[in-house]
Design a protein. Structure first.
Length: 277
């Protein structure tokens, strides 16, 4: 947990982050989630990222949970083989569907950094929090996680900070999803209130794009590389928009620019009659 990853960046240069989230891979390459082949959609996203060309070169990849759907080691092997197609280092955090014993071992063997604290150049840092409560869909940050967050922020008080976790700490507007949010978001808020250098929070979990104000911080969520959930729905509802990913540009003055991209076409249209998973 305490190991630091240092990513060198030219002084004053913008830092580009690629977020990949909620891949929901299975051991089998032909298995589907709600009608979408998650292996094929993941690789289609990776191919689209590569096709964007050198103008989209990234300094770091962040994988924000639910990498596997079935707890299998092979699902994590699928993830690492895919992400190895991109040249940037990758860091990760677990989601509610992940099985950490398999996840930790396979990702470490593949050289995917276990670090949860990343120093980027001279002015930014990323801190990754584990909000998983094993066996349930909602999230919670342990007392240890909150204390470690505070220690990390005290360690580098001059750095602009991007905070990552899987579960969303603020209501998304989807009633059924908000039952499965971060249960003790008020505790996280209380810590962050003491550290104004944390102006941006990034999560996964909700399979949709989100960009909200959370007590003066910018809270963002990002589409999944497979199935999407329709925004502002009371009950479980699938969306028919394409799989996606997000770029974040961190600027030396502490500002952040971001854009979400999606696959075009209808190849990964889900089973719209599904009533849950």
């Amino acid at each position: 947990m305490e190991s630091l990853l240092k990513v060198p960046v030219a002084s004053g240069a913008r830092i580009r982050i690629l977020q990949i989230t909620d891949t929901h891979l299975f051991a089998g390459e032909h298995e589907t989630l709600l009608g979408v082949n998650t292996y094929r959609s993941y690789h289609a996203v990776l191919s689209a990222i590569q096709a964007q060309g050198p103008g989209q070169d990234v300094d770091l990849i962040v994988a924000t949970g639910d990498l596997a759907q079935d707890h299998s080691q092979e699902a994590y092997h699928h993830f690492t083989r895919g992400i190895a197609q991109l040249s940037a280092p990758c860091v990760w955090l677990p989601g509610n569907h992940d099985f950490q014993p398999a996840m930790v071992d396979v990702l470490a063997q593949a050289g995917v950094a276990p670090s949860k604290h990343v120093l980027l150049g001279e002015s930014w840092q990323i801190i990754l929090l584990d909000s998983q409560v094993f066996g349930v869909p909602h999230g919670e940050l342990s007392e240890y996680q909150l204390e470690w967050l505070e220690r990390s922020l005290l360690r580098f008080p001059e750095r602009h900070t991007l905070l990552l976790l899987h579960h969303h700490p603020l209501a998304s507007g989807c009633t059924w999803l908000d039952q499965h949010s971060l249960r003790n978001a008020h505790h996280l808020d209380a810590v962050l209130a003491r550290y104004p250098q944390v102006k941006n929070v990034l999560c996964g979990h909700i399979h949709q794009e989100l960009d909200l104000d959370w007590n003066g911080r910018r809270l963002m969520a990002t589409p999944s590389t497979c199935v999407q959930f329709k925004p502002h729905c009371t009950n479980f509802t699938i969306d028919d928009v394409g799989p996606g990913w997000r770029y974040l540009d961190l600027l030396s003055d502490g500002s952040l620019e971001t854009r979400v991209y999606r696959l075009n076409g209808r190849e990964f249209l889900p089973d719209m009659d599904s009533d849950g998973y």
